[in-house]
Write a protein that binds this ligand. Sequence first.
Ligand code: COS
Length: 379
Amino acid sequence: MDFRLTETQEMIQNLARDFAEKELAPIASAMDKSGSIPPVIIQKLAEIGFMGVNVPEEYGGAGLDMVCKALVISELAKKCASTAEVVSVHTMALDAIMRLGTEEQKQKYLTAAAMGKVAAFALTEPGAGSDASAAKTRAVVDGDDYVINGTKCFISNMGPEEGDFVVLIALTDPSKGTKGMSAILVDRGTPGFTIGKTEEKMGIRAAVVSELIFEDCRVPRSNLIGQEGQGFKIAMMALDGGRVGMAAQALGIADAAIEATVDYMKTRVQFGQPLSKLQGLQWYLADMTTRTEAARALIYEAANTLDRKEPATKIAAMCKYYAAENAVYVTNKALQIHGGYGYMTDYPIERMYRDARIIPIYEGTSEIQKNIIAREVLR
Ligand code: COS
């Protein structure tokens, strides 16, 4: 197996690295403190092609493969995990449209998204987290419209000012369980669709997460993605790709934490020598690096599997599980090596530690990933 990047992939990685260094690094801490990403950053992400990284060129996107998308997300995450989160969720929602959307939907939503309109994906509800099949939001046919009622929670990319449209998973036929769920596009500003509580979070603080409230919200039936009843499958398929995005975010954080730790170990002197001379800390660094390389290999394999259009559920779950746990492990060890300084907000390790902690939880907890892996192995 060859994990070397192609010329294009390497070029995209460098482009994303330069962008993150120039546009994100100087303001990442300020964005974390303010809890928001300035709209100009989204505009710049669109201009450089990252908001449409996975969108076909005919709809104004960059038309790049999943490996490129993973590279972009991990390079952004090295400097700002919140920005990486926005791009990951946005492109996951677009995947659903790309896969099963009508030509009209693609023209409207993909084109707008590549130009910087932000997409969200709404599956989770107060009573339906890990058990996504318990979602209760209803969409009832009324003439040429759906009338939607329900509440979604913890929805990334939607906030008081943020987010332009959402791929919503709603029950069109509750008697059929997951086979009665459908994916429906809802635009911001549609009467009856409001943003509820915006969450205060421990990490990825600049990436907005909110509650979405639907009260007799009316959208045309032409906003249905695919067929009625395909919503749960659409969500699961989108999550296969989304999980590789989240794993890439975890990888970027781990890479950045290792880089910062190496610098610190070489310059921080204790007991008359730099920390890099202490074998106990060298062993920490060896573990951090080995595990991170293993995460990278899993991510490349998952992204390549998706690019080959082969079944990717197991490898996507494996890379998400492993990379997420690794990001928590690496940032924890990195903070330990930084000692008291690592705990202070002057050093970026403190932010990385907080940012990493969500990844084993969102887009399927580590426990759910292990259920998926075991189910696939036992199939
Ligand atoms: N790709 C395509 N189809 C899939 C799929 C996938 N990755 N995973 C499941 N499906 C299909 C199944 O094949 C099944 O269809 P059939 O009955 O036609 O075979 C249907 O979806 C229901 O699947 P399943 O029986 O596995 O559903 P469960 O209720 O057992 O739920 C888990 C499965 C737990 C995996 C799912 O609820 C899940 O992923 N939970 C975590 C949710 C999550 O990640 N939330 C994060 C926020 S969303 S942004």
